[in-house]
Write a protein that binds this ligand. Structure first.
Ligand SMILES: [Zn+2]
Length: 220
């Protein structure tokens, strides 16, 4: 289902859909138009909306400049960046990202290092949580830099997760963790594999869908 990020009602006679430059969807609708009719219209146009959103996000990512006000995803939230005078460490996050001005030329690697560190702690914690709760036997969990492969599981019981995953909402991170943990028991995507995922996360399908539609945003 397509998410409406902003709904503006006015005395207009027709409905209009605007995909903003950051990929969010603004809907302008007549005052009395029924919610169900708006929904129906959006679903009918969903192919067009998704194409526009993917394009907008690709453009937004390609034009990253690490400037004041630019936003970066962390745990599903858009966190704004502010350039600050000299400080150590070069990058901190306390409601906003604060990057030392002198580190600006190497901003991308500073950010990547920061994300990797968070990924290590967040993913280790989630793997431990689900392994303990459901009795999975994990040899080790490591962090990769894969671009579209969110996680993987080897025959040696080693799980890998890309650091980009910590940009996603917590429920989506949990879905990828549970998905890879279930591969420890079934190294395939058979119905019985999906039944195991579903037993732990009944709404896993919506998280899988989120990744499919928003995966392109999970990068610097
Ligand atoms: Zn899989």
């Amino acid at each position: 289902m397509i998410q409406i990020d902003k709904l503006v009602r006015s005395k207009r006679k027709t409905l209009s859909l605007i995909v903003e430059t950051d990929g969010t969807l603004t809907v302008r609708a007549p005052l009395r138009m029924k919610e169900a009719d708006i929904r129906g219209f959006i679903e009918a146009k969903s192919g067009w909306i998704k194409r526009k959103q993917t394009k907008a996000r690709e453009v937004a990512v390609a034009s990253r400049r690490y400037a004041d006000g630019e936003t970066f995803l962390y745990l599903g939230r858009e966190v704004p960046l502010r350039l600050v005078p000299e400080r150590i460490p070069a990058l901190v996050m306390d409601g906003e990202f604060k990057l030392t001005k002198s580190a600006h030329p190497r901003a991308e690697s500073v950010f990547e290092a920061w994300y990797k560190k968070q990924a290590r702690s967040v993913l280790t914690e989630r793997v431990d949580f689900y392994s303990r709760k459901y009795g999975f036997d994990v040899e080790k969990a490591r962090i990769s830099s894969a671009r579209t492969r969110w996680g993987s599981c080897s025959a040696k019981k080693t799980l890998s997760f890309t650091w980009r995953l910590v940009m996603a909402p917590p429920q989506v991170i949990d879905y990828v963790v549970v998905h890879e943990l279930c591969h420890l028991r079934e190294l395939n995507h058979s119905p019985s594999f999906w039944a195991q995922v579903e037993a732990i996360l009944p709404d896993y399908k919506s998280h899988r869908k989120w990744l499919k539609h928003n995966g392109v945003k999970l990068q610097l």
